[in-house]
Design a protein. Structure first.
Length: 239
């Protein structure tokens, strides 16, 4: 696949379309799906930021690609129809500019390719594996999956552990620490209450983020899915 021929905006649109079909979320009980979505919100926001960056890079790439292709074709055509001396002048004047444009396009590709990989990972994590895992656009032609049944245990465990990591455990940690500092002095307790949100709590956010990534990747094959079609089969339909 020629990387200069790919329509990267179309690739972005196709990837986002698959993620936002919410196939795994539709397989969960509605209440669980809402809680999972809340816990995955940081990944959703991050994916929007990366998608916006990717879209800007893809648009810039398209802006350079169209005139460069036209100019390249024109120079080749005109160069074949003139004398050698004139050919030299045409190529001498035009090729440095064409080469510069290709250089810019190649530089953009160095940003576009990793941006797509990062976006694919983020979308895969918060969609709980809502499409076929891939990192490169050359593998993105058939990423649709089929969610064949409902499931509850996996998202339920995620919700319980997730809220424990970002709410219950940090709150317990804070209350115990505050009580101990109060035993020493109110001034120490006041300092502790000010520092806890900026020094201690972010570590719990990081642990939760790491847990979300690992748990989503491990559990993404469930419920059973395939890449053959897009029909969602419920339990009642299966019966």
């Amino acid at each position: 696949m020629n990387l200069f021929e790919i329509n990267y905006l179309d690739k972005l649109s196709a990837l986002l379309k698959e993620a936002f079909k919410f196939k795994k979320y539709k397989a969960m009980p509605p209440a669980l799906a809402v809680f999972v979505g809340i816990l995955m919100l940081p990944f959703v926001i991050a994916s929007f930021a990366v998608a916006a960056t990717f879209a800007f890079l893809a648009f810039a790439f398209a802006v350079f690609t169209s005139p460069v292709k036209f100019l390249h074709t024109l120079v080749n055509k005109e160069g074949k129809d003139v004398l050698h001396a004139t050919q030299f002048i045409i190529y001498f004047i035009s090729w440095p500019f064409i080469f510069l444009c290709y250089f810019v396009m190649a530089f953009l590709l160095l940003l576009i390719i990793p941006a797509y990989a990062v976006l694919s990972i983020l979308l895969y994590v918060w969609s709980f594996g809502g499409f076929k895992f891939h990192l490169f656009m050359t593998e993105s032609d058939n990423i649709s999956i089929t969610v064949e049944k409902k499931y509850m245990a996996i998202p339920l465990v995620y919700v319980i552990v997730g809220f424990a990591l970002i709410a219950i455990i940090p709150l317990t940690h804070y209350m115990i620490g505050f009580a101990l500092e109060t035993w020493n002095s109110w001034a120490a307790a006041d300092i502790y209450s000010r520092l806890f949100p900026v020094t201690v709590y972010p570590s719990y956010i990081g642990i939760h983020a790491l847990f979300s990534v690992v748990y989503s990747l491990i559990c993404s094959p469930f419920p059973k899915n395939s890449a053959k079609n897009e029909v969602v089969t419920t339990d009642s339909e299966a019966q």
